[in-house]
Design a protein around this ligand. Structure first.
Ligand code: GDP
Length: 292
């Protein structure tokens, strides 16, 4: 709603004013897209798409731009999205990465609830052993959602937590193991080393683990989220993004930027602080809601 009310309304206002497409319209469009947190690169890409629509005469006036743009946005968001890996008899290990404050712990709680509701067994691993309250907060979510948690003392080796958690999940035939990780991007090389070690240890107990590494990003930070994503992308191979706090922002355009500049699919969106406020991301539904 918020993104629609600003970004899309502004785009509509711009294009509706043009009976004929000219350079001025592109300039105006560029300005509203940039203020809508679509980012420079993705804005250029979308403007190029519109230019080809004009060339092929699919777009003949300003009104034609909106449905055309919706199609481009759906195509961009759906491009190269592998389906979410499903449980195949072994435990799916999902690493959750991201800087502190973006909503990592909350997202783990929401995912635990989601998968439990799907009839899957879930376990949590408190892999952020660095932040004092991290394991405590995660324990609250474990209790709230009724799932077991593996945790060690503060300051313990995160890889040891992962080793114990993967061993336990395997022994219990748990479907999904959600692993919290530390969000210290300041010490990039340490973080990289730690995450690599966690992955190595996980794969020792469960072949192919981690099957997913989800990066959690805070939508309210707009283009900063994209910079963060690039930094994390350099540190670990990401399989998907969770964009949180979409309820509180008009900066939803950042979804396009994240997808285009990272090439990683947006898997989930957070739309509130409650345990049920997580939605699997559906590109067509998202675009539909923006443009309806
Ligand atoms: P972490 O430091 O990354 O683990 O972040 P937390 O999970 O502790 O979340 C930080 C704050 O963001 C908390 O106040 C959460 O309630 C809030 N939060 C997380 N996800 C969402 C969301 O989707 N929408 C809103 N409005 N708030 C959220």
């Amino acid at each position: 709603e918020k993104t629609k009310g600003s970004l899309i309304k502004n785009i509509e206002t711009v294009v509706r004013g043009y009976a004929k497409i000219d350079d001025e319209m592109y300039d105006d469009l560029e300005a509203v897209m940039l203020t809508g947190d679509i980012g420079v690169e993705t804005t250029e890409y979308l403007l190029d798409q519109i230019r080809s629509g004009v060339k092929s005469r699919e777009i003949q006036n300003g009104d034609d731009v909106i449905p055309y743009l919706e199609k481009c946005i759906v195509a961009l968001l759906e491009e190269n999205n592998d389906p979410v890996p499903d449980c195949t008899g072994t435990t799916d290990v999902i690493f959750i990465v991201g800087v502190n404050g973006v909503g990592k712990t909350t997202t783990i709680g929401k995912l635990a609830k989601y998968y439990t509701q799907q009839g899957k067994s879930v376990m949590l691993a408190a892999g952020d052993t660095f932040r004092a309250a991290a394991a405590e907060q995660l324990t609250i979510w474990a209790d709230r959602t009724g799932v077991p948690i593996v945790k060690h003392q503060e300051g313990a080796d995160a890889a040891a937590v992962v080793f114990d958690a993967t061993a336990s999940a395997k022994a219990h035939h748990t479907d999904i193991l959600l692993v919290d990780t530390a969000g210290r991007l300041q010490t990039k090389s340490n973080l990289m080393e730690e995450l690599r070690k966690m992955a190595r240890v996980a794969s020792r107990n469960i072949e192919g683990a981690p099957q997913e590494t989800l990066l959690v990003l805070d939508a309210t930070t707009g283009q900063n989220a994209v910079s963060q994503a690039k930094l994390f992308g350099d540190v670990v191979p990401l399989t998907g993004v969770v964009l949180t706090k979409l309820d509180g922002t008009a900066k939803g355009g950042v979804i396009l930027s994240v997808k285009r500049e990272l090439g990683v699919p947006v898997r989930w969106v957070g739309v509130g602080e409650g345990v049920d406020d997580l939605r699997p991301f559906d590109a067509a539904q998202f675009a539909d809601a923006l443009f309806d």
